[in-house]
Design a protein around this ligand. Structure first.
Ligand SMILES: [Zn+2]
Length: 166
C-alpha cells in the first residue's frame, strides 16, 4: 500500500506514515519525514516565542539538578578527556583569531582571578579534587597569588609594572 504525503506530495510506502485512528484511512496525512520536520520547527518556534519562559524553566531545572548536571559533566570530561584535548589543540592551532581569543581569555583570568580559574590552579598544582576545594581555599589562594606577584615586583624593583596594569 502506498500513500501520497499531503506535505511533500511524494508517493511513499504506508510504513512511512504514522498510524492515527482519527484519520480517515488510519494514517496521518503527513509522512514521517515531514512530521519530524514539522515537530522540529514547531519546537524551535515555541522556544523562540516563549524564550523567557523556556529560559526560566531551564534555569530552575539546572538549579534543581545542579549536582546531577555537574556529575554528568565530570563523567563526560573523564570519558572524553583525549577527545577534548584534541579539540582544544585543534581549535587553538586552527586560526590566529582563536589563538588571540584564548590568549585574551588567559590574560583576563590572570588579571581578574575569577573563582573557576583559581579552582583550576589549585586542582592542578596541588592535585586536589575540584569538589573538595572550598571558597576559603580559593580566597587564600587568590591572596597568595597577589602576594607572590607583589613580592616579585618588589624584588625586581619594578613598581611601574604594577601601575601599568591597573
Ligand atoms: Zn512528506
Amino acid at each position: 500500500m502506498k500513500k501520497t504525503c499531503k506535505k511533500c506530495n511524494k508517493l511513499k510506502l504506508i510504513d512511512e506514515f504514522v498510524e492515527n485512528k482519527r484519520c480517515v484511512d488510519g494514517y496521518e496525512h503527513r509522512c514521517k519525514e515531514c512530521r519530524t520536520e514539522y515537530r522540529k520547527r514547531y519546537k524551535r518556534q515555541y522556544r523562540e516565542k516563549n524564550k523567557n519562559d523556556v529560559l526560566a524553566k531551564d534555569k530552575i531545572y539546572r538549579q534543581k539538578n545542579k549536582e546531577k548536571i555537574t556529575e554528568q559533566a565530570r563523567k563526560y570530561r573523564a570519558i572524553n578527556k583525549e577527545k577534548m584535548k584534541e579539540y582544544a589543540r585543534k581549535y587553538y592551532s586552527e586560526s590566529p583569531r582563536n589563538r588571540e581569543k584564548i590568549n585574551l581569555c588567559h590574560k583576563r583570568n590572570r588579571v581578574k582571578l575569577p573563582d573557576y580559574y583559581i579552582k583550576e590552579l589549585i586542582a592542578r598544582s596541588y592535585g586536589i579534587n575540584f569538589k573538595s576545594i572550598t571558597p576559603k581555599m580559593i580566597e587564600i589562594k587568590r591572596e597568595l597569588i597577589t602576594f607572590h606577584r607583589l613580592t616579585k615586583e618588589l624584588r625586581n624593583g619594578t613598581n611601574s609594572a604594577r601601575n601599568q596594569r591597573t
